[in-house]
Write a protein that binds this ligand. Structure first.
Ligand SMILES: Nc1ncnc2c1ncn2[C@@H]1O[C@H](COP(=O)(O)OP(=O)(O)OP(=O)(O)O)[C@@H](O)[C@H]1O
Ligand SMILES: [Mg+2]
Length: 292
């Protein structure tokens, strides 16, 4: 077996254990000009624990995507540090893969070509080994029959699954999902949540998932981190002790109801603050969800 392939197999085995963690330590980040700095994150400390699905919820515009961008290494903190398995995050790398709400698939490439794009570019997984891994992932995400289709020929849910496969082929230590199912219709969203849960429960790869939907958070999470209005602070960390494998019916259990009540009370309070500070649109979006 070629050394590259061997390394990939070794890494696959290592990350299966789901041992990677991310630590956010006293992180601050502001945007704007020197004389008009807008703090988005201030002295934020939060952990994404090994083998857990950590879900971040917070009011619209509170800084959730900024947290994602910092962990992914697309942005740098103004102060504080971000550690991946005790090493400082200094920039983007394939050990942290992000799936965004907006499709990042290359429109003129087929599903298969999109999935193999990263490893092919780097040359770290080639030939039969690359083909076999791509086929395995296509089966896993239920897209074998669509491997020769272009992104525009796929439904929204299929595009998300293609993106999951494209991220997973890099065998990241942590998967980061930034509202990946936002914009899908209710039925597709529910199906994607279940599909994603099965994938996570299979090998418990450390996962950070951002959402503004509290039901989605409860259904997926081991722990929910509830953020404040901007600048983002941790208001509460809620353990979700619903058994796995999860099932939609669990959302009507007394435990789920209690978590929803607790999280909604905080989110409502934070949304009110943003309303008072003039961010009416943010308020409307978050409060609209509170009534669901
Ligand atoms: N690159 C940037 N330059 C300037 N301001 C930015 C930048 N990125 C984010 N911001 C500002 O930081 C704040 C937080 O944005 P962010 O996208 O992190 O929030 P969010 O919680 O993900 O919002 P949403 O719920 O809409 O996804 C916003 O006021 C936004 O305008
Ligand atoms: Mg966002």
């Amino acid at each position: 077996m070629a050394q590259d392939t061997l390394n990939h197999v070794k890494e696959t085995t290592a990350s299966k254990a789901g041992q990677s963690k991310v630590e956010f330590r006293h992180v601050s980040k502001a945007y704007g000009d020197e004389w008009d700095l807008e703090p988005v994150i201030e002295n934020l400390s939060v952990d994404v624990l090994p083998g857990e699905l950590t879900v971040i919820v917070g009011p619209s515009g509170c800084g959730k995507s900024t947290i994602v961008n910092l962990i992914a290494g697309f942005e740098k903190p103004d102060s504080g540090k971000i550690l991946l398995d005790d090493s400082l995050v200094t920039g983007p790398a394939r050990d942290r893969m992000v799936v965004f709400q907006e499709s990042a698939l290359i429109p003129w490439q087929t599903t298969y070509q999109n999935i193999v794009f990263g490893p092919k570019l780097r040359g770290d997984l080639k030939g039969n080994a690359l083909r076999a891994e791509a086929e395995r992932l296509l089966v896993k995400v239920g897209l074998s029959e669509f491997k020769n289709k272009y992104p525009l020929q796929l439904s929204g849910g299929m595009q998300r699954r293609a993106e999951l496969a494209r991220a997973l082929i890099n065998n990241p230590r942590i998967m980061i999902m930034d509202e990946p199912f936002r914009g899908l219709d209710a039925m597709s969203r529910g199906l994607m949540q279940e599909f994603f849960l099965r994938l996570f429960e299979e090998n418990r790869r450390t996962n950070l998932f951002v959402t503004s939907e509290i039901d989605e958070a409860i259904f997926l999470a081991d722990r929910i981190v509830v953020l404040s209005n901007r600048p983002a602070q941790v208001r509460e960390v809620i353990e979700v002790n619903l058994p796995r494998p999860r099932d939609y019916k669990m959302l009507s259990s007394p435990e789920a109801y209690e978590i929803k009540r607790e999280a909604m009370a905080i989110l409502h309070e934070e949304a009110m603050k943003s309303f008072k500070s003039g961010a009416g649109a943010d308020f409307a979006e978050t409060y609209g969800k509170a009534g669901n």
